[in-house]
Design a protein around this ligand. Structure first.
Ligand code: SF4
Length: 381
């Protein structure tokens, strides 16, 4: 049997397909980073840490059509036992190479056994090694209620990938997964537990946040389908974030001949999901084309503003926070800064806006400053 670090390198190889908390890695050489798949990750509170993203095993008995780990695909598989994984991680942690872990797994011996192995790893980390850093634990499809609850007691974030926005699309992506019973139900339990049980049961006095991920562009799903499901998850289950992973064909899978999905589409889905989560938009308001897709050429907020604000610009000195958030170039922080500034005086120029964090180049075509369009104001000057 190869040493644990060699197996850890094998296990981490394809984890770039899981964009959990991704930013970039500043500390390691690209080679080291690539080998162990250590990424610079952004935490829910905005803090950045180095995160090891890995699997307990790359063996899997399921056959999801897009996945490099699917059953029957010919490649070198690796497995670490819970104690081996915990020790290997703690060596990296003590050496200052990583600060947290995102731990997932292929399904081997059934979902319940696999979930137990993930829980055992987390228990060894927290209880034997006293690890108090960031831990993101994957929930397996079909995990039981007690397993979900235990994962929540040990981790800072839990996630379960829906992969598709509904039953029909999932059947074409991952025929052995059951959308409502196996994937949605554990996410529902996470929210039920967070609502019904005291947060002190979480390992650091807080319940973990929850995320999910969709594979984008392999089976013809529309942006409307993806964002409708995302909106429901935000509203009904307080989803922390939806991740969108543009489909990329993997050799020796049933989807190897399909074209890769556009990274631009992935970007616009992220932007639209933030409009739903942080900007007060509803999915009905988003600027879909007749096929249910967002415009490819510009970001969704700009597309909405072109349709709705070009002829009816908003007066920066009067409109409420909800309307401020509709203006391109204004985010939640700059909307609050505008409201604070208005208590002191009027905002009269694009420079006034720039100083408090607004992007004037994006905003200028959709606002009035003291009743005048800023472009005309500038021309006048
Ligand atoms: S269950 Fe997970 S690891 Fe297994 S084939 Fe499906 S996506 Fe891949």
């Amino acid at each position: 049997m190869t040493d644990p670090f060699a197996r850890l390198t094998d296990l981490s190889e394809h984890m770039t397909l899981e964009p959990a908390e991704d930013a970039e890695c500043p500390k390691l050489s690209p080679r080291q980073q690539k080998a162990l798949n250590i990424s610079d990750a952004q935490m829910p509170n905005g803090k950045r840490i180095t995160l090891l993203k890995t699997l307990l095993t790359s063996t899997c008995e399921r056959n999801c059509y897009y996945c490099p780990f699917r059953a029957g695909r010919d490649f070198r598989r690796a497995t670490l036992q819970p104690g081996e994984m915990a020790s290997a991680f703690m060596s990296l942690y003590r050496a200052g190479i990583v600060q947290g872990m995102f731990l997932s797994s292929g399904i081997a011996g059934g979902s319940l056994r696999t979930q137990d192995q993930l829980l055992a790893t987390a228990e060894i980390l927290r209880q034997k090694h006293g690890f108090r850093g960031y831990l993101h634990l994957k929930l397996m499809p079909g995990a039981e209620h007690a397993q979900v609850e235990r994962a929540m007691q040990l981790s800072d974030r839990v996630s379960l990938n829906l992969e598709a926005p509904n039953t029909q699309r999932l059947e074409r992506l991952a025929p052995l997964k059951i959308f409502l019973n196996e994937l949605v139900q554990p996410l529902r339990w996470v929210e039920e537990i967070r609502r019904s049980q005291p947060a002190q049961k979480g390992w650091n006095g807080r319940w973990p946040s929850m995320t999910t991920q969709f594979v984008v562009g392999a089976v013809g799903e529309s942006d409307l389908e993806l964002l409708s499901t995302t909106e429901a998850l935000h509203r009904q289950m307080r989803l922390g974030r939806a991740y969108f992973s543009a489909f990329h064909p993997i050799t020796d899978t049933p989807f190897e001949g399909l074209p890769a999905a556009s990274p631009r589409r992935e970007l616009h889905l992220y932007q639209a999901s933030f409009l739903l989560r942080d900007y007060g938009f509803t999915v009905e308001e988003l600027p879909f084309d007749p096929g249910g897709n967002l415009p490819a050429r510009i970001d969704p907020k700009l597309a909405w503003a072109e349709q709705n604000l070009s002829e009816s610009p908003l007066e920066i000195n009067q409109v409420n926070r909800r309307d401020l958030l509709r203006i391109p170039g204004v985010g939640p922080r700059s909307a609050d800064a505008i409201l604070r500034a208005r208590r002191i005086g009027r905002l009269s120029t694009l420079d006034d806006l720039r100083r408090i964090g607004v992007n004037p180049a994006k905003a200028k075509d959709y606002i009035l400053l003291n009743g005048k369009r800023p472009v005309r104001q500038l021309a006048f000057w």
